[in-house]
Design a protein around this ligand. Structure first.
Ligand SMILES: Nc1nc2c(ncn2[C@@H]2O[C@H](COP(=O)(O)OP(=O)(O)OP(=O)(O)O)[C@@H](O)[C@H]2O)c(=O)[nH]1
Ligand SMILES: [Mg+2]
Length: 222
């Protein structure tokens, strides 16, 4: 029988930012140049991941960007013990506040943090994940300016438990599924955070007694 610890993780973020590619990089140890666009929720497993030297199983809900307004898809958020909110580090145009051809970084983060706040059963850990780092030019400058922008956007968001990247002293985790840079650091923290929550509350996070108290239905995250 397989006695491995199982950690339940969830990942959200806009369409095409690189969520599925990142999970497949770890699950299949391959980089996919083309991945079909997700429509709802995919359930993915990493069978043998080492966390602090111990082999564990990761069960991951990969929620498609297109499913942000699907109550059913979003309801999977509550089953995760730690969440990742992904964005594309290489889409420079959306750092611009006036970007009007889609959602800029601020809009993406605000819309997703709201979804997380309204749907997660606990004040669960949330890691902000920057994808596609290999495509970023002038790296130092971009990483710092993205950090400033995220600090600003999340400044008033005290209701979510945002886990900082202590190693790089950033509020987010920059990664590349192509070169694998940053991926192991990110997964280690993601799994460790899930492990702590599961130790504290058991794996049934949607148990009524644990559901986060909300003063009223219009309560907002930030
Ligand atoms: N160069 C490079 N390309 C990447 C990286 N991550 C993802 N991509 C590419 O970006 C495209 C979109 O990635 P997906 O993983 O499908 O994006 P997603 O976030 O799962 O999108 P949805 O399922 O639609 O929400 C794919 O063609 C990937 O090959 C990366 O780290 N580097
Ligand atoms: Mg996907």
């Amino acid at each position: 029988m397989d006695n491995k610890k199982i950690f339940k993780l969830g990942i959200v973020g806009n369409q095409g930012v690189g969520k599925t590619t990142l999970i497949l990089r770890v699950a299949e140890k391959k980089f996919y140049e083309k991945v079909s666009c997700g429509v709802s929720v995919d359930f993915r497993t990493v069978k043998d991941y080492k966390v602090n030297g111990e082999s564990v199983k990761l069960n991951i809900f990969d929620i498609a960007g297109l499913a942000r307004n699907s109550d059913l898809a979003i309801s999977f958020i509550k089953d995760a013990s730690a969440l990742a909110l992904a964005f594309n580090l290489s889409a420079l145009e959306y750092y611009n506040e006036d970007f009007n051809q889609g959602e800029n970084l601020e809009q993406q983060i605000k819309l997703w943090t709201e979804k997380i706040y309204n749907n997660s059963a606990l004040n669960i850990p949330v890691l902000i994940l920057g994808c596609q780092l290999d495509k970023v030019q002038e790296r130092k400058q971009i990483l710092e300016s993205v950090n400033d922008e995220l600090e600003r956007v999340l400044k008033d968001c005290h209701k979510l438990n945002i886990v900082k990247n202590k190693k790089q002293q950033l509020i987010y985790f920059p990664t590349s599924s192509k070169t694998e840079e940053g991926i192991d650091d990110f997964f280690q923290i993601w799994a460790q955070e899930a492990c702590q929550i599961q130790k504290q509350y058991g794996s049934k996070l949607s148990n009524d007694s644990l559901i986060k108290k909300k003063p009223n239905d219009n309560d907002q995250c930030c």
